[in-house]
Ligand binder design. Structure first.
Ligand code: HEC
Ligand code: HEC
Length: 394
């Protein structure tokens, strides 16, 4: 019976999900363009290629990078182009929403909303995840529906609930902007700005968002500043015993999709099954990294938990049964969840707080630059108001 109801749920996705399916089609269509290799790197000026990017270090406590450098060799000019694009609200249909609206640096590139807010106040079907260490990610989105960092940007750009701009419109906007034309030409040579150039420039910025200097990192790498308190150390031990099989490695994810017991049924969001169409994947979501987790509330794919204390309470006594619930959340005695005493929850919380990387959260390299000619609409209005106020005072 359970199987039949899961199958019928798969055939009737909620309305919001049809929109998401449309993004994915767009992404697939664009794949040919990105693979085709126009905007070739080989003819870039040597001095551009020579400027190495600082975010590119391979941290000793991380696994090998996934996102290849061969097709998109980092350099300062392309990174800066990516940064400008990331914060440019003109790429949305009404000029109000940029990537940076939903991905804010001080919140590890999340937005503090349960469900992200796009043009016209429309809600995305999911919570905006943190953007960090994306070079090491294989699958993107809570269901792994996008497989490459470059292609990923097409989803929010074109989604009606996010930036609502067809790719062709975005390229047309870039191509009519003299400053963008000049900056793209400096990197990729003369000619029209095309899809691969646009997506690769943006990916240089998102790929550079490396978080690797939390107090925890200093501790595991035996560096100065790497001391943990007894409570934090106790929390770390509990974490290793009870959490790290899913939140694995120092990236804090096994890159897998698991059902951590949020719901009994999945009509609102099938999770991984939305992509695979396999009933066995219903209710499974990508294991998120827990880096900077103290800054990324609210939590889970739909932002249902406002605090980390609520998340720990969920694992202790909130886990819901369903056919796809992960076996690690069933105790041998049949009890569901991961039993955690009040003291254990306090220690785990202390440990999770050691994952905050202030250097990453405040790195000026990732902030929005206010360049003349590239101000967002609202920034232009504020600038005009400030100028008017100054005139009135004089
Ligand atoms: C309206 C808010 C919004 C805007 C604007 C937005 N995003 Fe997102 N972003 C999200 C949400 C929500 C998700 C998760 C979607 C999902 O899981 O299906 C996401 C996911 C991502 C991911 C995947 C991260 C991971 O670990 O899986 C990346 C990368 C990303 N966004 C980059 C961007 C870029 C680049 C832009 C600009 C082109 C952008 N976003 C614009 C809300 C937004
Ligand atoms: C069976 C695998 C599994 C285990 C074990 C597990 N988690 Fe998770 N965790 C997940 C998945 C999957 C999600 C994402 C669910 C979603 O997006 O709806 C998640 C989400 C979270 C989040 C929310 C992160 C965010 O950005 O939204 C926190 C915090 C968290 N887990 C902490 C823990 C802690 C602490 C433990 C140990 C007590 C633990 N987890 C054990 C799989 C697991």
């Amino acid at each position: 019976m359970a199987r039949i109801s899961l199958l019928s749920a798969l055939r009737r996705p909620a309305a919001a999900w049809r929109l998401v399916a449309a993004w994915r089609l767009v992404a697939l269509l664009a794949l040919g363009g990105v693979g085709a290799g126009s905007g070739c790197q080989a003819n870039r000026p040597a001095e551009l290629r020579a400027t190495a990017e600082r975010g590119l270090v391979q941290p000793t406590n991380f696994s090998a990078m996934v996102y290849g450098l061969a097709n998109n060799q980092p350099d300062q000019a392309t990174f800066e182009l990516g940064r400008t694009l990331f914060y440019d609200a003109r790429l949305s249909s009404d000029g109000t929403v940029s990537c940076g609206s939903c991905h804010r640096q001080s919140q590890a590139f999340t937005d503090g909303q349960a469900l992200a807010v796009g043009v016209g106040g429309r809600r995305s079907p999911r919570n905006a995840p943190s953007l960090q260490n994306l070079r090491w990610r294989r699958g993107f989105m809570a269901d792994g529906g996008v497989l490459g960092l470059e292609l990923q940007a097409l989803a929010p750009l074109t989604s009606p609930a996010e930036m609502n701009t067809p790719l062709a419109d975005a390229l047309a906007k870039l191509n009519t902007d003299a400053e963008y034309r000049q900056r793209f030409a400096a990197v990729y040579g003369p000619g029209k700005i095309d899809t691969p150039q646009f997506l690769r420039a943006l990916a240089q910025f998102t790929a550079a968002l490396t978080s690797v200097n939390s107090r925890y990192d200093h501790y595991v790498r035996h560096e100065p500043g790497g001391t943990l308190t007894n409570s934090e150390l106790g929390g770390r031990m509990l974490f290793q015993q009870k959490c790290s099989s899913c939140h694995a490695t120092d990236l804090f994810t096994d890159e897998g999709y698991h059902n951590n017991g949020l719901d009994r049924t999945f009509a609102n969001d099938l999770g991984r099954a939305h992509i695979t169409n396999r009933p066995a994947d219903a209710g499974r979501f990508k294991v998120p990294s827990l880096r900077n987790v103290a800054r990324t509330a609210p939590y889970m794919h739909d932002g249902r938990f406002a605090t980390l204390a609520q998340v720990l309470a969920h694992y202790d006594h909130g886990v819901q049964p369903s056919p796809t619930l992960d076996a690690r959340l069933r105790q041998p005695n049949g009890r569901l969840g991961i039993p955690l005493s009040a003291q254990e929850q306090a220690d785990l919380l202390a440990f999770l707080n050691t994952l905050t990387d202030n250097e990453f959260l405040n790195n000026p390299r990732f902030k929005q630059l206010q360049q003349p000619g590239l101000l967002t609409k609202s920034a232009q209005i504020i600038a005009a108001q400030t100028a008017a106020a100054r005139l009135a005072r004089n």
